[in-house]
Write a protein that binds this ligand. Structure first.
Ligand code: AN0
Ligand code: CP
Length: 312
């Protein structure tokens, strides 16, 4: 594996899930692998889980870790051929070139602007790092994808499934802020490769990009979609058309106990951070049905499995 920016960088995602679950049993088994190796994590946007779990994952593999908070650094230029007399102090060509001389792996988090769909879906920041870095690049969530989250989610489903082909429902949920589509996009992309029956439910108007939905069935009636579900994965995203907007929604889409009762004794999942009683009711989040802390724990081993492959 040369980079980790989407499920399509992984030739055998189901096998990667097994490797991550194996690392969960023996997190310190590969301490020598990272000897004299440095992992650099660059955050253009905030993070709690991704930062801590990826730092710990690299440490467990014996790597040295450097984390750069780029939210307050100077602006980088990503376009080619521009006269740089504006706000950007440095071009990505130099920045990624320099970083590659200090690190053996570079992780990058960069959210979308949510104003221009074409710009965001070109995934310019992640692609530029892949192009100009001379070491492997790991997505720590890009404008349109969050593959480490999806890998941890697949692990969590694998650990809790009670039949060979569980029903997995990705449900849109309300949120007061304009959020990216990255988590939903990636979840679809990874679950399409998994042995599950996948359904997505959202209010009309919240269709995700067809390139990510592919043949996944869309059910606009949330109750109907939840019937018989083994796993309910809630996530808000802003509209794709009109891009980056919050649309009026008629029904209450919060996941509460009554909705979970429609499932087949289903589990609740969310990538976190979650807004209590907006996305999901306390009664669900605080119940035995909630897997959110397990998902967050599995982020550690997902990152470790990916870093291990890139180091091997
Ligand atoms: C981000 C998002 O929706 O992409 C990060 C999720 C991991 N969520 C928020 O900003 C609340
Ligand atoms: N789930 C997730 O990626 O969380 P952070 O934004 O805190 O890293």
């Amino acid at each position: 594996m040369k980079k980790f920016t989407s499920v399509y960088d992984v030739s055998d995602p189901a096998q990667l899930v097994e490797e991550a679950l194996h690392l969960k049993q023996a997190p310190h088994a590969y301490r020598d692998l990272g000897q004299n190796k440095t992992v650099l994590l660059v955050f253009f946007n905030p993070s709690l889980r991704t930062r801590l779990s990826t730092e710990l994952a690299a440490t467990n593999l014996g790597c040295h870790v450097m984390t750069m908070n780029a939210t307050q650094g100077w602006r980088l230029e990503f376009a080619d051929g521009v006269v740089m007399d504006g706000q950007s102090a440095e071009h990505i060509r130099e920045a990624a070139g320099v970083m590659s001389q200090y690190a053996d792996i570079i992780g990058v988090r960069s959210f979308p602007g949510l104003e221009n769909k074409e710009a965001d879906y070109s995934d310019q920041v992640m692609k530029a790092f892949v192009e100009y870095a001379t070491v492997p690049v790991v997505s720590l969530e890009s404008a349109i994808r969050h593959p480490l989250q999806s890998l941890a989610d697949w692990m969590t489903i694998r650990e809790h499934q009670r039949n060979d082909r569980p029903k997995v429902v990705l449900s849109w949920a309300p949120h007061p802020r304009v959020l990216p589509q990255a988590v939903g996009n990636s979840f679809l992309e990874w679950m399409q490769q998994a042995p599950v029956d996948l359904v997505v439910t959202h209010p009309p108007g919240y269709e995700l990009d067809p390139a990510f939905v592919q043949h996944t069935p869309i059910i606009h009636d949330q109750d109907e979609a939840l019937v018989g579900a083994d796993f309910v994965y809630a996530k808000n995203w802003s509209a794709v058309h009109p891009y980056g907007e919050i649309l009026p929604v008629e029904k209450n889409w919060v996941i509460n106990g009554a909705k979970m009762d429609l499932t087949q004794d289903g589990y609740f999942m969310h990538c976190l951070p979650v807004r209590r009683n907006v996305v999901v009711a306390d009664e669900v989040l605080d119940s035995q049905r909630s897997l959110v802390l397990t998902q967050a724990k599995n982020r550690l081993f997902a990152a470790q499995a990916v870093l291990k492959r890139l180091l091997s």
